[in-house]
Design a protein around this ligand. Structure first.
Ligand code: SF4
Length: 399
């Protein structure tokens, strides 16, 4: 059977379906936009509207304005390495793909030699920071955690040790029956540099009780950071988004952080952490957060946390491409070279394990930003010569 040409290819006069309606500008954002451009603080209700809108471009415009007011066109990165000394954990957070049972087939506890080998490798690769977090082991005493800090600092004092989430500090206090403040003073004297922001998840009890009951609650998490700030220390903060929480839980979370920051000024960076659903009970029927949600979380964080100096697009969680774009949606930091990331890869992250300095700088420059290597405390790092990638080291005790 033959077809006439105009049967196969409809003539130009046939009406084609038009483009879908554009989300366009959301006029409801105009009062918020005025507040942002005049430096006024946003309210809880403003935050809910930011959550509700589909106007990603206006969100980005506002967040980018704040980002450039605070950090110009600079995007920070650092040369760091991760160390997760054990994955054995007494808790069973519903979102966690990293933990193992005490006698689980995948359980591990690193030896002193392995820990020091990791610190040596970090040093030889030019890292300025070791990020140290792990599980809450059923049997290991507080002294095991203390000695990790003391040993690494003894042999590699040039490494800044950013260690132990608020949940771990709460655990140390339960183990020792000693005040957290005393433990912090002791560990700082042994070489602790600052606190990471993990363990915050979602503060609101409606969600926290369902995803990580038993471990340190919101008040305890905030109290740990308050105490560290009162000792003159710096720390970071996080939020795990994109699972069963609702927009008002997220805005509540951000405002609790903003309130503490008003009082102490000790937070440096906020890091929105995208939920990864693989290999954990919470993720059974949940998709990964979308690209739209990832960018909105960065922008909303930048807008609501007006007293946080930095917002980080953590490429291990967001993926490299989204982290790159996020530099125009409020982020001024994309984290570091990392290496040996276990926690999010166990949950299905398909990011690479490591980015070189050259790759990080290219990602930043392509986004039209100026790359600046920082140390943990956001001081620029000057290097006499570029870093060369090194090979992983054998576990050998330093002389
Ligand atoms: S998130 Fe942390 S505290 Fe919770 S189960 Fe995993 S390792 Fe343990």
């Amino acid at each position: 059977m033959t077809h006439r040409r105009d049967e196969q290819f409809p003539s130009r006069s046939v009406a084609l379906p038009g483009p879908p309606p554009s989300p366009g500008r959301d006029p409801r954002l105009e009062p918020i936009r005025e507040k942002v451009f005049s430096g006024q603080r946003l309210s809880f209700e403003d935050g809910l509207l930011l959550e509700e809108t589909h106007d990603l471009l206006t969100l980005g415009e506002m967040a980018n304005y704040v980002r450039e007011q605070k950090n110009g066109s600079v995007t920070y990165y650092n040369v760091n390495m991760h160390l997760n000394p054990t994955n054995v954990c007494v808790y069973r957070c519903a979102f966690c793909s990293f933990r193992a049972d005490l006698k689980g087939a995948n359980a591990y506890v690193m030896t002193d030699e392995e820990i020091l080998a990791r610190a040596r490798e970090a040093t030889e690769r030019g890292a300025t920071e070791l990020h140290i977090v792990g599980g809450l082991h059923h049997l290991l005493p507080y002294e095991w955690y203390y000695n990790i800090i003391a040993n690494i600092h003894r042999y590699y004092p040039q490494l800044h040790l950013k260690a132990w989430t608020a949940v771990e500090w709460d655990w140390f206090s339960r183990l020792t029956k000693r005040p957290i403040r005393d433990l912090m003073i002791e560990m700082r004297a042994a070489g602790l540099g600052s606190l990471p922001g993990g363990g915050a998840e979602i503060f609101h009890p409606e969600i926290r009780s369902r995803i990580c009951d038993y471990k340190a609650d919101a008040q305890q998490w905030l109290d740990v950071h308050r105490q560290w700030h009162e000792l003159g220390g710096k720390s970071n903060a996080t939020m795990l988004y994109g699972h069963i929480e609702k927009p008002y839980h997220r805005i509540d979370h951000l405002l609790r952080l903003r309130e503490l920051q008003d009082q102490t000024g000790g937070f440096q960076t906020f890091i929105p952490l995208a939920f990864h659903p693989a290999n954990n009970p919470l993720g059974r029927n949940l998709p990964k957060p979308s690209g739209m949600m990832d960018l909105k979380m960065i922008a909303i964080a930048r807008l609501m946390l007006d007293n946080f100096p930095h917002i980080k697009a953590y490429w291990q969680m967001l993926g490299v491409k989204t982290a790159q774009v996020a530099q125009s949606w409020g982020a001024d930091d994309i984290d570091g070279t990392v290496v040996y990331e276990k926690i999010y890869h166990a949950a299905g992250s398909d990011s690479p394990q490591e980015l070189t300095v050259a790759e990080l700088e290219r990602l930043i420059r392509e986004a039209g930003r100026i790359p600046v290597e920082r140390d943990t405390l956001y001081r620029p790092v000057q290097r006499k010569q570029p870093l060369a990638p090194a090979q992983p080291q054998e576990a050998v005790l330093p002389a």
